[in-house]
Design a protein around this ligand. Structure first.
Ligand code: HAM
Length: 492
């Protein structure tokens, strides 16, 4: 028997992608739970099974974690991870379908890699949060391994594996589970799925412009507008130029970026302190932080001079964005540097205009990652887009769909002797490409009707003795409320 943490009174029953249990039709819902604690007591989304579990075990739990004195296991998944009930999977499949559809519409091909990778792929020395958050351990063969916290190093590994045989440019996408031992906030979890699109082999900002176009198309497809979301854009070359102006050695660049990225999470004094510890003089710190408060390309051009690569890249990117028609979605913001050490050029981050949530997505150019792995560098740019924040946002905006479970036909044998006949009918319909729920137990007609309604079936196919003797079945069209006898050979 299983135990549920609800029984301990705290009610940590969080659902990842939940739609109302009785969702009918593709309507948009407002109250679905995704992963927020606030929604944990939202009764309609708690499945019947979970409620029964909770009730049956209510008085049997005695320990805060692990097994109880009766040896009952905890029915909740590990903290920060999610179960996906069928209704959650419907929503997840919808979301991943959108990710995949956008990627395909840009001509990208899908790849995947193992969730378990060699630890060295993710250990970098720039002080990134992601390294501290690694789920890493030694396997039974004494190899240091880690659950991937992101997909980019795996992509780099695959690109290196193919080496010169990989036709460039390569445009690849992936949707994979990632693991980070994070402090949990709304939309941030210890396990999440990330949609990535990456372009290998294109040195110009045309690559970034294409990637941003894909993100905007995705937003539009799920019903978000430029008033709901925006994408902050900058270039790491801005910070790099400022550091060069102040004579800071290039080796410090990645570390400075990682520290500066904390500006929206930590008090300014804390960031200044970290920069001081790194050896950045106070006058440089002031210069860096004031450069990051610039809000126009004209101002940036005045600061960095007319030959600045950062200004040229950003101007070109905005020109291209105008051509694509998504310029109004972009916001130039040099304080966006991103927390990952490997970015080398344009960087960007999707955000909600109300500022309620953490970054929706993020990416940029990383032309030296292959080199860091001992290979020949190649220009690369891409983004990662998590599944959790976007669902929180869609929920907030009342735009989260509730995809229904549905089948085309429900096939019902009207007596035991007709089971083989009904199985044959189901097989025939399935071969014709229809989805069929075959009723496997003896059930009354009333039940069959309700069942078909619950499954949003379009037809009920009744296999009854008298019709069967005449080589026919009864087909009820549930939308039109019509029924007819159909010869088996005509049934599709
Ligand atoms: P990242 O900014 O670390 O970049 O993550 C990208 C996105 O993944 C975030 O904006 C967020 O949507 C989601 N995400 C990250 N961590 C979590 C978490 N703990 N819980 C929920 N969602 C999360 C990267 O990972 C880069 N590798 C992206 C990239 C691809 N750059 C180039 N290509």
């Amino acid at each position: 028997m299983l135990r549920n943490r609800l029984s301990r009174g705290g009610g940590r029953m969080q659902r990842p992608f939940s739609s109302p249990a009785t969702s009918q039709g593709p309507s948009r819902i407002r109250s679905a739970q995704w992963c927020s604690k606030a929604a944990a007591s939202d009764a309609p989304a708690v499945s019947m099974r979970a409620m029964v579990d909770a009730r049956t075990v209510a008085c049997k739990t005695t320990e805060p974690t692990g097994r109880t004195d009766k040896g009952i296991i905890d029915t909740q998944p590990p903290r920060g991870t999610r179960d996906f009930f069928p209704e959650d999977m419907r929503l997840r499949n919808w979301l991943f379908g959108e990710f995949a559809a956008v990627s395909s519409s840009f001509g990208f091909e899908q790849f995947d890699a193992p969730v378990l990778e060699s630890e060295e792929l993710f250990v970098r020395k720039a002080g990134e949060e992601i390294t501290d958050q690694l789920y890493n351990f030694e396997d039974k063969g004494q190899r240091r391994v880690a659950l991937r916290p992101e997909l980019t190093p795996s992509l780099a590994r695959l690109v290196l594996q193919r080496g010169r045989t990989l036709p460039l440019p390569a445009k690849w996408f992936a949707i994979g589970q990632c693991w980070r031992y994070e402090r949990m906030t709304r939309g941030r979890r210890r396990e999440h799925y990330q949609w990535n699109m990456d372009i290998v082999g294109v040195a110009g900002v045309e690559a970034e412009a294409e990637l941003l176009a894909a993100i905007v198309l995705f937003f539009e497809r799920v019903g978000l507008s430029k008033d709901d979301v925006g994408i902050k854009v900058s270039s790491r070359k801005v910070l790099q130029s400022v550091l060069v102006q102040y004579g800071i050695p290039p080796e410090s660049f990645a570390r400075v970026c990682v520290i500066v990225d904390k500006l929206d999470k930590l008090p300014r004094e804390k960031v200044e302190e970290e920069l001081r510890v790194l050896g950045v003089p106070p006058s440089t710190i002031d210069g860096v932080l004031s450069a990051l408060s610039i809000r126009s390309l004209e101002e940036l051009s005045r600061l960095l001079g007319p030959d600045s690569e950062a200004v040229a890249d950003l101007s070109r990117l905005f020109q291209l964005a105008e051509g694509y028609g998504y310029k109004d979605w972009l916001v130039f913001d040099p304080s966006v540097v991103r927390g990952l050490a490997y970015y080398t050029g344009i960087v960007f981050e999707g955000f909600d205009r109300e500022g309620k949530l953490r970054a929706i997505c993020g990416g940029g150019r990383y032309d030296r990652l292959l080199g860091a792995f001992g290979g020949d560098n190649a220009p690369m740019a891409g983004f990662g887009f998590g599944d959790a924040v976007i669902v929180e946002l869609l929920k907030e905006k009342g735009k989260l769909p509730a995809p229904p479970h549905r089948v085309d036909d429900v096939v019902v044998p009207l007596d035991m002797a007709l089971r083989p006949a009904a199985s044959g009918i189901a097989a025939r319909l399935r071969r014709a490409g229809r989805s069929v729920d075959l009723v496997l137990e003896n059930k009354k007609m009333k039940w069959a009707f309700k069942h078909a309604e619950k499954l949003n079936a379009s037809r009920l196919v009744l296999v009854g003795a008298s019709e069967w003797e005449r080589g026919k079945v009864v087909v009820k069209d549930l939308a039109k409320f019509q029924q007819e006898e159909v010869p088996v050979e005509d049934l599709i």
